[in-house]
Every structure is written in structure tokens, then in C-alpha cells.
Design a protein around this ligand. Structure first.
Ligand SMILES: [Fe+2]
Ligand SMILES: [Fe+2]
Length: 403
């Protein structure tokens, strides 16, 4: 059994008290709650269940404690884009949906998705869209709390759904497409519920056979939705094609670069970026999340492999993704900035001198070397907004400054 944690603050006067008499079932807070000995009773963003409240009452516990500074940490990132309660409701729905689909795979593979389940999800996505429009300046905070592998899938689907809806809204796609990207995000990994948990939780040492099973999940999910009259074609394509990549290394088809742009709709390609981003910034059973900034820098470096001269994602898609979400994902600051060394797709190396607020991937830069890494005698300044012929292919990690 875990030994009790030290209370958050040694000085109890800094901890605030919550009177349980006033807590209604399903209330959600931004704090971790502790008992008087410092044991965690409930983590932030998890609702108080009826049974937990009854249990506490039975144990004669009248107060829980929390550290008010915890809230301040999360407030630093600005107003939340989605109301916590709605985010929680979406999470619960993702949970119901994935459990329901797992049962279908286990017990009645012939059965399709019920209309009621789809409509419930669509209703939630519509609520999310209303929130997004209402909180235009809000910042997206992914759900990252995680206790076991199952929660990763629920969290992940919720995050991809909200990101898809947000991206579609920011890019001013039609209402139907916004809703389809939100729903597609929620449904995109349905096929994973058919895979044994032992395989899903393995990160390393997957055998070839096991990796082949994982690679089947888009197709397996698609089989479930393919003929469903209550889903839109785009939603089905998101399920089927979200792991295709521009360099031909994706799955299930491994479409090559010629076919990728034609066969995979723009909206699905954007959902792939949401999927990757959500995975990077989430806590997984096997690893800590990247910060938004580090996740985006990593993604930028993923778009194009300069030595192989292949595109993993299309630069234009990443540019749209960043143009729409760059600020939303990074607490109002850029993930690259003045002083960063970058490599252009031409091979030239440059330093960022000034950012462009609306187009973060089109800053003013100073070219330092030619494509053969030779320093230029006369350094040239370029405004990338006016020069669309080149784009940033890599950002170099900053070396630690010597003290
Ligand atoms: Fe997937
Ligand atoms: Fe995914």
C-alpha cells in the first residue's frame, strides 16, 4: 500500500478547506484534494462521484484540503477554451463509446454502431463547437490525467475530437465539416478496441506480427462504420486514413507521395496532425508528456526529413495547422522565436529575427549559410511572408548557454 503523502504545504494554513456538505455529485474542480493526512482523495478534473461522497460521509470525513496555488498554475495558460464540465462530459462519452465498441468486438462483431450512440456523440460535438465559438480567445488544455491504459484511449479520443473541432473552426470550414472533424476525432481509433491490451501497452519490442495487428486498427474501425447511414463520409475517411503519411510510410495502405495528397482529403490530413499532437502532449502509460512548445517543435522537425528528402506531412498542412492553432496550443506564445536557428527546405541555415504574429511559420529571417553550409559573405534578410518559395524545414535545438 502507498504510504501517505506529505500534506502539500507543511504550513496547513496555506491549504484551503472544502466543506463536503456543499459538494454535489458530479462536481468538478481544478485542484487535487487531500485528506487531513495528505493522502490524495481525488485528482483535479475528476468528478466527485456519488459513491465517493457517501464513502467519505461514512468515514466521518467532513473536509478535504487543496492547495490554491495549483489553480494559479493552470490559470497561467489563459481562459480555458472548453468548459471543464463539458470536457468531462465528452470524456465520459468517449469512455461509454469505446467500452461499447469493445463489447461489440468481443461479443457481437456483426452488430453495427447504434444510431443513438452516434447522435449522443454528435450532440456533444455540437456543444463543443458552440463553446469554441464563444471562447474565441481560450486556450486548449488537453486532458492529461491518467491512471491506466484505458484512460489514455478515452483521453486521447476526447483531445483529438476537441482539437479537430477547434482546427476546423479556426480555418473557417463549414459547419458540417467542423462537426465531422469533431466526431471523426472521437471515433478515429475505434478499431483499437479490438486489439488486446497487452499489445497496445507495449512500446518497445513489438514483434512484427504485433505491429501488423496495430496497423490494422484503421481498417478494422472502418469496417465497423463503413455502411453506417448515420455517419458522414468524411468521418469514415478519418477512421480509415488517419495514419497515412506523405512519405508512403503510413498505414493501412502506405499510399505513396503521389497518391497521398489526392486520395487523403485535406480534412483527414489535418486530423492526422491533431492525432500526433494529442499523443505527444498527453501522458501515456509509458511516458511523460511533451510541453506544447516541445511537441510542436518536434512536429515541425517531423514534417520533412531533409536528408531523405521526403515529407512525412505536407508542409502546407502543417502551416495551416500552426496558423490556426499555434497560439491556442501554446499559451499565447510562439513555439519558435527570435534567435532560433532554422534550416530551410533549400538547405540554407538561417536565424529567426522577427516573428509574424498571424503566420508563425513565416517570420523574418537572416540567411547565414548556403545549402552547402558555407557562410555567406553578405547575409541576406528575408521576409518569409513575402517569399513563399521556401519554408522552415527544421528548427535546431538550442544549446544550453554556458554560464
Ligand atoms: Fe489511430
Ligand atoms: Fe489516435
Amino acid at each position: 500500500m502507498d504510504s501517505p503523502r506529505e500534506p502539500l504545504n507543511k504550513d496547513q494554513s496555506e491549504n484551503a478547506q472544502l466543506d463536503l456538505a456543499f459538494i454535489k455529485p458530479d462536481s468538478v474542480y481544478s485542484y487535487d484534494f487531500f485528506d487531513e493526512y495528505g493522502n490524495v482523495i481525488l485528482e483535479a478534473h475528476v468528478p466527485f462521484s456519488d459513491s465517493l461522497l457517501k464513502h467519505l460521509k461514512k468515514d466521518n470525513i467532513k473536509y478535504l484540503y487543496y492547495d490554491p496555488r495549483q489553480k494559479k498554475e493552470s490559470e497561467k495558460s489563459g481562459t480555458a477554451l472548453i468548459d471543464e464540465k463539458l470536457q468531462q462530459e465528452t470524456y465520459q462519452n468517449a469512455r461509454d463509446l469505446l467500452d461499447y465498441v469493445r463489447d461489440i468486438y468481443n461479443y457481437s462483431p456483426e452488430q453495427g454502431l447504434s444510431r443513438a450512440k452516434i447522435e449522443k456523440s454528435r450532440e456533444l460535438v455540437n456543444k463543443i463547437l458552440v463553446e469554441i465559438e464563444k471562447n474565441e480567445d481560450g486556450v486548449f488544455n488537453p486532458l492529461v490525467k491518467l491512471r491506466d491504459l484505458d484512460e489514455y484511449d478515452y483521453n486521447h479520443s476526447t483531445n483529438v475530437s476537441i482539437l479537430g473541432a477547434l482546427l476546423a473552426t479556426k480555418l473557417e470550414f463549414s459547419r458540417d465539416i467542423r462537426s465531422a472533424m469533431g466526431l471523426g476525432g472521437l471515433f478515429h481509433d475505434l478499431g483499437k478496441t479490438s486489439i488486446a491490451k497487452e499489445i497496445l501497452s507495449k512500446v518497445e519490442n513489438l514483434s512484427e506480427e504485433e505491429f501488423d495487428i496495430i496497423k490494422e486498427h484503421p481498417h478494422v474501425g472502418y469496417k465497423l462504420v463503413e455502411n453506417n447511414p448515420h455517419m458522414h463520409e468524411l468521418e469514415k475517411q478519418i477512421v480509415l486514413l488517419h495514419h497515412e503519411r506523405a512519405d508512403g510510410n503510413g498505414y493501412p495502405y502506405g499510399l505513396d507521395s503521389d497518391h497521398y495528397a489526392n486520395r487523403v482529403p485535406k480534412e483527414v490530413r489535418l486530423m492526422s496532425l491533431c492525432d500526433v499532437y494529442a499523443a505527444l502532449v498527453s501522458k501515456r502509460p509509458y511516458g511523460e508528456p511533451f510541453s506544447s512548445k516541445d511537441g510542436l517543435r518536434l512536429m515541425l522537425n517531423m514534417v520533412y526529413a531533409p536528408f531523405k528528402k521526403v515529407y512525412h506531412f505536407l508542409p502546407v498542412d502543417f502551416r495551416d495547422f500552426i496558423r490556426a492553432l499555434g497560439f491556442k496550443l501554446d499559451s499565447g506564445s510562439f513555439f519558435i522565436g527570435p534567435g532560433d536557428l532554422v534550416r530551410l527546405d533549400s538547405g540554407e541555415v538561417a536565424i529567426i529575427e522577427e516573428m509574424n504574429k498571424l503566420y508563425p511559420l513565416n517570420p523574418k529571417i537572416r540567411i547565414l549559410t548556403n545549402k552547402d553550409k558555407q557562410p555567406l559573405k553578405r547575409q541576406v534578410q528575408i521576409d518569409m511572408l513575402k517569399n513563399y518559395t521556401s519554408y522552415i524545414a527544421n528548427v535546431f535545438e538550442k544549446k544550453q548557454k554556458e554560464t
